[in-house]
Design a protein around this ligand. Structure first.
Ligand code: ADQ
Length: 452
């Protein structure tokens, strides 16, 4: 088999001393396959000075990076526009953020076509070629590739929720985008519920024939399947058991200075429910004065898509609510909310996971949410408070599940978590760990490619 991966970003980046691999779940899962079997990774070229084709590593190459160079206008329309201001909010049911701008879909069309052309140039149509496309940035390229290569094996993995058909059809271009996706042989989603939504969208909006999870359209068959993504379990376990992590966790507990620590770790995105979570924590403090001075909430938010107004707005809102809570409740040396707007290393995150008594993971919607799995793997006796509107919730019944829109319920869950008996905490965590072990990201990639 020779593999061509198509993703928005390429997996390598320039460092102070040359080139290196970008860290991330997708690169971790797919690079070993590319390195072992050889192949190509197609992604956007954001900087015009970089070459379109680069063998990596330079001294003894085992795969090729193929860039599709994008102008600033193209990046704005295709990435910031169509992907981030249309497909992202729609798939997360947050349609108040939808910007239905005609230029966005026009640019998305032409950029997807250029990605497809790059794939066609990099592959020769031989029988053992597998093309694996990633995510909502590339809905139309499968259709273009299929048109030129009827025999190609094409897969797609959709990392975010596929919304209910009645929500997806809000898009004026819903049918065109679905047709593009149906150029694939296999489309993967995190959970069955998204598979069902996709199949229903194809059946209702295109009149496609459906037999279980097989969709027939225009003489071609596409399967939709659930392939829940995982983390690199072994590496996380090893890191969590490193004695230096325990030391870091201890230092962190001392810095927080309270018996109870609750953490939240997210990209700063309006889908992640950070603002509602803060309001719930405020409610918890209002209703439980006995916890004043006894609990710290440590929230990290990584800067994300900072060019967009909706992200600047959520940043201001979170800043404001943090200030208000601390202004209202802080006393002596106690600061109720410790908020950091920055990125940390995985090693640092691991220490936070280990030190926490509870993790508040409460997105308004999330395809999977892998922070959940990182916390479960690193924690010894922490409680996971998890939004039921995440893919992870379908797989992790032992979590303390909450509706992220229900602030009273969230506030109560914080109290329940902090007062949970140790044996119940351990029992729940044991069940969670067993599931997360099976969701390993290497299994995810292997299982998807086998199915493809
Ligand atoms: P994301 O929306 O990015 O991914 P998530 O699954 O939570 O969401 O992964 C975030 C990653 O970023 C985690 O590995 C986490 O450790 C890291 N991270 C978060 N905050 C950080 C910080 N302050 N510093 C450093 N690292 C930080 C999309 C979908 C998800 C889906 C994944 C994978 O939106 O639903 O789970 O893809 O398919």
């Amino acid at each position: 088999m020779s593999l061509t991966v198509v993703a928005n970003r390429v997996p390598i980046r320039q460092t102070d001393d040359g080139w290196g691999i970008s860290v991330g779940g997708l690169t971790t899962a797919l690079l070993p396959v590319l390195e072992e079997q050889g192949g190509t990774w197609v992604g956007m070229g954001e900087e015009p000075e970089l070459s379109e084709r680069q063998e990596y590593p330079a001294d003894d190459p085992n795969f090729v990076v193929r860039r599709v160079p994008l102008s600033t206008e193209e990046l704005d329309g295709y990435y910031y526009g169509m992907a981030n201001q249309i497909l992202w909010p729609l798939s997360h049911y947050l349609i108040q953020h939808l910007e239905l701008n005609r230029d966005f879909i026009d640019t998305y069309r032409s950029v997807n076509e250029r990605f497809a052309e790059a794939v066609l140039e990099e592959t020769d149509g031989g029988g053992d070629e597998v093309i694996w496309i990633q995510d909502y940035h590339q809905m139309l390229s499968p259709g273009h590739i299929r048109a030129e290569r009827p025999e190609a094996t094409i897969g797609h993995f959709w990392h975010i929720p596929w919304p209910a058909m009645e929500v997806f059809r809000i898009l004026p271009w819903a049918r065109e985008l679905l047709r593009g996706m149906l150029g694939c042989d296999l489309i993967g989603f995190h959970v069955e519920e998204y598979v069902d939504n996709f199949v229903e969208s194809a059946e209702t909006l295109l009149g496609a024939g459906v037999d279980g999870n097989v969709i027939r359209y225009n003489g071609h068959e596409t399967r939709a399947e659930a392939h829940p993504i995982g983390i690199e379990v072994d590496r996380f376990k090893e890191m969590a058991h490193d004695p230096s992590i325990e030391e870091e966790a201890q230092k962190f507990r001392e810095r927080m200075g309270t018996d109870n620590i609750v953490i939240g770790i997210d990209r700063l995105d309006y889908t992640k429910g950070i603002h509602s979570r803060m309001l719930a924590f405020e409610k918890f403090l209002e209703e439980n004065p006995e916890y004043h001075g006894e609990v710290s909430f440590f929230q990290i938010a990584t800067p994300s898509r900072t060019e967009l107004e909706s992200y600047q707005k959520i940043r201001r809102e979170v800043d404001e609510v943090v200030g208000r809570i601390n202004g209202r409740f802080a006393r002596n040396s106690w600061v109720p909310v410790n908020y950091r707007y920055r990125t940390y290393t995985q090693y640092e995150l691991c220490a936070f996971y280990r030190a926490a008594d509870a993790a508040l993971i409460t997105p308004l919607r999330d395809g999977m949410n892998v922070v959940t799995q990182e916390f479960i793997t690193a924690s010894q006796d922490g409680v996971l408070i998890l939004s039921e509107l995440t893919g992870a919730a379908y797989l992790l019944p032992e979590a303390l599940q909450v509706n992220p829109y229900d602030l009273n319920g969230l506030a109560e869950a914080i109290k329940t978590a902090l007062e949970m008996p140790l044996d119940e905490k351990e029992e729940r965590l044991e069940g969670l760990k067993q599931t997360v072990d099976t969701l390993d990201v290497h299994n995810w990639a292997g299982n998807f490619l086998d199915a493809l």
